[in-house]
Design a protein around this ligand. Structure first.
Ligand code: ZN
Length: 315
């Protein structure tokens, strides 16, 4: 397939240089869904770039792509340059600023431009990295029809399908204003992929991301081919699970007693919080039965900080 490359101008920096978003388009040979893949809305999350390199190599060999694929490889192009999650200068999180404002600040103009493409898509995949994690796919709250479809696609990705946080936390941290959250609210199915990668590109995570992107395209009818399994990283192949956050009250270093992907039971020790003298201040335990999908890659926490994310039975 032929790839088309373009840069979309969104504004200028104080020095007069242009801020633009790199876009790759792959036009299929026949009609089909329009899929939008976005990367690095958090500028320090880049594992998905290598997933996309694999995908583009694969698509170059394909002759019968159906539909149209658009990839915006750098949403937070400024944060990417300096490996910063938010927008440098203002430190705003672009993934809490959808649908944006095309007459607003530069960050609002970026999200508005992305939104203008996302709102025309039939499916949106927003690729992130989540530090030390098993690769997972987040399903945002939606009407039952679209939700069931998204769960099917999330499961078909080959990664761990997870419903998002409970509504109270989801709203409090503004996930409804993320790209996927806003897409789903407006009736466009969207999933957030979370790949491993703490600093830079996680090689196995990138491979898992590629398999997931390809599986989703097969599921959407854009590509022929077989479903491929991710068998080189822990994935939890179960439906109907959601993510819950487990925090510590004490601050300190984290001494984990569990591993990524491990099944845990209510009350089981996940980690001890230790002070700089090595003394244990707190034992952090699983609030429910579930699986460990993410641990804190810094291995240290402030008061009330996150220790782990668990996948637990939804509801
Ligand atoms: Zn992210």
């Amino acid at each position: 397939m032929e790839l088309e490359k373009e840069r979309l101008t969104v504004g200028h920096r104080p020095d007069g240089s242009e801020v633009n978003l790199p876009v790759v388009r792959v036009q299929g040979s026949s009609r089909g869904p329009r899929l939008l893949i976005t990367l690095s809305v958090h500028g320090d999350e880049i594992t998905g770039h290598k997933s996309v390199w694999y995908l583009l190599d694969h698509l170059r060999k394909v002759t019968d792509l159906k539909g149209e694929l658009t990839i915006i490889s750098l949403v937070n192009v400024e944060g990417f340059n300096y490996s910063i999650r938010g927008f440098p200068y203002s430190t705003l999180d672009l993934n809490r600023m959808f649908p944006g404002d095309e007459r607003g600040s530069l960050s609002e103009r970026i999200t508005a431009r992305i939104w203008s493409l996302a709102s025309k898509a039939d499916f949106v995949l927003d690729v992130h990295t989540a530090g030390l994690c098993v690769p997972f796919v987040l399903i945002h709250p939606a009407e039952p029809l679209i939700r069931d479809f998204m769960e099917d696609v999330a499961y078909a990705s080959g990664l761990t399908p997870l419903y998002n946080y409970d509504p109270e936390l989801y709203d409090r941290i503004g996930l409804g204003k993320s790209l996927s959250g806003t897409s789903v609210k407006n009736g466009t199915p969207a999933l957030t992929l979370e790949l491993p990668g703490f600093v830079g590109i996680d090689q196995l995570g990138a491979r898992a991301g590629f398999i997931a992107l390809k599986n989703v395209m097969v599921k959407l009818g854009m590509l022929d081919g077989d479903y491929e399994e991710v068998d080189f990283l822990p994935v939890i192949r179960r439906r109907g699970m959601k993510r819950v956050k487990v925090s510590a009250e004490s601050a300190g270093l984290l001494d984990y007693t569990v591993e990524l992907g491990e099944e845990v039971f209510e009350g089981q020790l996940l980690a001890r919080v230790r002070d700089p003298f090595g003394d244990a201040l707190e034992e952090v335990r699983a609030p429910r039965d579930g699986f460990v999908v993410q641990i804190n890659g810094f291995y240290r926490t402030f008061t009330g900080g996150k220790v782990a994310t668990l996948a637990v039975e939804a509801g």
